[in-house]
Structures are given as C-alpha cells and as structure tokens.
Design a protein. Structure first.
Ligand code: AHR
Length: 506
C-alpha cells in the first residue's frame, strides 16, 4: 500500500479485456434543440462552409476525437419521415416534431448529415423510425443510402448529388421503444416482432449492414431485463447489438453517490451482458451479440419539465446543461467503465455532441467553446489505443447513499502492443488525497510521459475558450528504480490520465 489511505492498481501487459473498438468514442447528433441548427449547422455563421456547417464547431469535433455519430435521433426519429429531408431545400416541409414540440425545417437531412460526417472522417450510425413508420420506410432508407443505382431511391440519391452510395454500415432499429414517452411506444413482444421484420427487410437490401436493437432506456425502467430477454429471444437472430442508454446526475447534493455513477454503469452493463448470454444459452445459439451504449452522459434530467409541458417552439427545448469540473470527473469515470467492458461494449455515444447536453457549445453567430466534460473525453480518445487491460484494484471503500460501499479508486488502462503506448485512467472518488501504487512489473521500459488530472473543484466553462491546461493540472509520479511500480498521490475528487511509453513490438 502507498499509505494507510492508499490503493493498489495492478496491471499485467498480457492480461487483456478486449480490443478497444474505436467506435467506443462515438457521439450523437439529434434534431433536438440547438443540436443541429446553430449547433453543427449555421449557414450565416462567419466560419460556415459551402454546405452551411460551422467550421469552428468542426474543429472542436476533430479535437474531441469523435469517431462515430448517431443520427437523427433519439426520440426525434420516432416521428421523422426521412423523405422530408431530401431533395431541393425550398421544397422541404416544415413539420411539427412531436418528440420535442418543435418545428423541423428539414434544412438538414440525410444527405447533409452524410456530407458533414464524411468531411470529418466520422462513421455514421443512422436510426430508422419504428415508431410512426416501419419496415417499408426503413428498407427504402437503406436503398437510398446503400444501393449504387438503378432503383427509385438510389436514383433519387444520385439526382440529389450523391453519385456514390454512402455505404452506411451501422443502423439502429428505432429508439427507446420501451419508453412510454416514445411516439409509437410498444410492448417488448411487439417491438421484437417489428424489429425482426425490419431487420430482415433491411438486410435484404444490404446484407452487409450491422443492426442495433433497442434495449432499455435506463437501468430504472420497470421492464429492464424482461425487455432485453424478450427482444433477444425473438429478434436476436437478426441483430448484432443491443442498445443501452443511461444518464447520471447529482441528486440532493449527494456528491458521493454522483461521483460513484460509474458503479451503476458497471452493474447496468453486467446485467445486460448476463441477459444476452442467458438468452443465447437457452436458445443454444452461437450468434454474438454485443452492446451499443448509444446514449450516455451526465444530464440534469430532473430539471427537464417533460415534453408535454413545453410550448410549441420553432427551436425546441433548450436543454443546454452547463457542466462543471464535477461532471467532468464523472464523465472520465464513466469512460473508464466503458473501457473496462471493451470485450462486450463495442459502440458508445456520448449524448449529445453540440449544445444539447453536450461537450461543445455555440452562440448563434458567435463563438464555440468547450465544456469541462470535453476534456476527459478528448483525453481518452487521444490516448486509449490497442487493448483494454484488466486492472485489479484494491482500494478502501466509501459509503454512498445510492450505491452502498464503493471503492474510492477506479482504474482503466489500455496498451498498444505495436507502439508500446500505454494509458492509465484513475478516478479518486474520495474527498481527500488517495495514494495509489501502480504495479506494472511485466511492462518493459515503463516511462511516464505525462500525468495530469482534472479536479472536481466546481469550476464551469466561465472562460469560454480555455486552454487545455486551465483544466488539467500536471501530477507528480514516482517510478521505482527497478521500473516495477509507480507511486501517485491522487488529489481529492479527481480524474487522472497517465500517458506511458513502454517497449513496443520488436
Ligand atoms: O439525448 C436526449 C434524449 O434522451 C434522446 O432523444 C432520447 O433517446 C433519450 O431519452
């Protein structure tokens, strides 16, 4: 032990959890509030490109390291007619969007989104509407996107300017269909039947696509567990992933529980894995189903009045949470939870990307800036490569109201055998310093390149264009002469990233 209030984190260079799929670093662009309009898209903005996308936002998205973007919703997709969003802009209808009680102008649709995503090297993850639409509309959208030419929808795409097919490989079968708030909400049995039929038709259009079935909208849903097993029982043969969604917030000033949100994420993921495997065992199938955690974040959702209480407004609700460093520490810890399940969680989307519960904010006609939650996400996308390593953590426990006793230290680590680059992510959930002894005996040439932390000191994005070092503070590390251990003193309520070089492939 580093001291009597210390923890040990043991790493083994050969003990992998799984490959870190770069799709873990996805985000989410929904037609909701200012996510699209005056978010990624603002034709009158001084930095706008020829399609109307903001250049300053694109720069921040690149810096954030987002690899994948889910689109166009979210709850929005369950009332969306994708054909409204294609063709000449002046002919596109203004529709009442029931999800957010807003008016959708359809200035941005599938073609515009695809251009934006492509220009940033971001993989698209498109959702089909299984709430107010169904099999026919879903199959037509795949035809529009993925068939080369010679059919009604593929030729329409060509006429709309996209000569080559988009080859979208990843598709969501609806959104949160277990939620009573969803337009077209259905029972697990009905959703399983609809999802299976949509999947069959979509695969008949393009057999190469991968499909995500809706799982539960949160761990707290009364149907959690039953929903997953029913969907997998009846639609499991047709899908590749089941989704998870979870948002975390601090309730009643209970900071200890909030800082332990990743414990809840861990148990939610473990529960879904257990359910997937139980259904597979019962069905005697070898088909592999993994997890798409396609909505996760801190969201002060309890402050949202509910869509029913919103007036109809062109722009929709302003769900623009202003994050603090406390939220950033939680986001960092949630990322560690995702990395620690890299063997089964293959896709994840920080919900959302711009303005709506987002790491990037904009002012119409004005600047774009980073929220504190931007920093842990960018640090993980910049450093997590190769395999996720098994981290054995022995740490004192902290009593929390919501989650009982939780370890004060959480850890995740990645190692790229080719380059030797290793990253270690550490959370200190305690309100005091916690010493950590990092044991890394079988890593050759362990050299800490940098160690820095973000502390939950409550600062928010007051300075709208902060330099990265305003948020991260360098942290001293002490590696033993034999190179087998490193001592670190983690500041109270903090999230730390260590970048380490070790011997790469010979
Ligand atoms: O991300 C905001 C909303 O949260 C999404 O539209 C919905 O899927 C979830 O409930």
């Amino acid at each position: 032990m580093a001291d009597d209030y210390g923890a040990v984190v043991a790493l083994d260079v050969e003990h992998h959890r799984g490959v870190v799929d770069q799709r873990l670093f996805g985000s989410f662009v929904e037609h909701m509030g200012r996510g699209v309009y005056t978010g990624i898209f603002e034709p009158t903005h001084p930095t706008a490109d020829e399609l109307g996308f903001r250049g300053d936002v694109a720069g921040l998205v690149r810096e954030l390291g987002v690899t994948l973007a889910r689109y166009p919703g979210g709850n929005f997709v369950s009332g969306y007619d994708w054909t409204d969003g294609i063709g000449p802009r002046e002919q596109r209808p203004r529709r009442l969007d029931l999800a957010w009680r807003s008016i959708e102008t359809n200035e941005v649709g599938t073609d515009e989104f695809m251009s934006w995503a492509r220009s940033l090297g971001i993989e698209p993850m498109l959702a089909v509407n299984l709430g107010t639409a169904g099999v026919r509309e879903a199959a037509a959208l795949i035809e529009y996107c993925n068939i080369a030419e010679g059919t009604e929808w593929s030729d329409r795409r060509r006429r709309n300017g996209a000569v080559k097919p988009y080859e979208v490989g990843l598709w969501c079968l609806g959104n949160e269909m277990d939620g009573p708030w969803q337009t077209g909400h259905m029972s697990a049995e009905r959703y399983a039947a609809v999802a299976a039929e949509a999947a069959k038709a979509m695969r008949l259009v393009d057999p190469g696509i991968q499909l995500v079935a809706c799982g539960s909208s949160s761990h707290e849903m009364p149907t959690f567990g039953y929903w997953e097993s029913t969907v997998l029982e009846h639609a499991g043969e047709y899908v590749d992933y089941i989704s998870m969604h979870a948002y975390y917030e601090e309730f009643d000033g209970d900071r200890d529980s909030f800082l332990a949100s990743a414990v809840s994420m861990d148990s939610f993921i473990d529960g879904v894995i257990a359910t997937i495997d139980a259904v597979a065992a019962r069905r005697r199938t070898k088909r592999r189903i993994d997890i798409s955690f396609d909505e996760w974040n801190v969201w002060y959702l309890s402050r949202y009045p509910g869509s029913h209480n919103l007036p109809i407004d062109v722009a929709g609700p302003r769900i623009e949470d202003v994050y603090s460093t406390v939220d950033a520490v939680v986001v960092g810890d949630l990322l560690s939870s995702l990395l620690n399940h890299a063997d089964r969680v293959k896709i994840a989307c920080l919900a959302q990307l711009v303005n709506v519960i987002a790491p990037i904010m904009t002012e119409p006609g004005g600047p774009a800036w980073r929220q504190p939650t931007f920093y842990p996400f960018a640090a993980v996308t910049a450093n997590a490569r190769g395999h996720s390593l098994v981290t054995r953590v022995v740490a004192p426990e902290l009593g929390t109201r919501r989650y009982g006793d939780v370890p004060v230290v959480a850890a995740a680590a990645t190692h790229d055998a080719r380059t030797g680059d290793t990253a270690v992510f550490l959370t200190n959930r305690a309100a005091r310093h916690t010493g950590v002894e990092l044991r890394h005996a079988n890593f050759e040439g362990w050299t800490v390149r940098s160690a820095e932390y973000i502390a939950a000191d409550g600062r928010g994005p007051r300075d709208r264009l902060p330099a990265a070092d305003v948020w991260f503070t360098p942290l001293a590390t002490d590696t033993s002469a034999d190179g087998r251990t490193t001592q670190i003193m983690l500041p109270p309520h903090s999230w730390t990233v260590l970048s380490v070089s070790t011997g790469g492939a010979a």
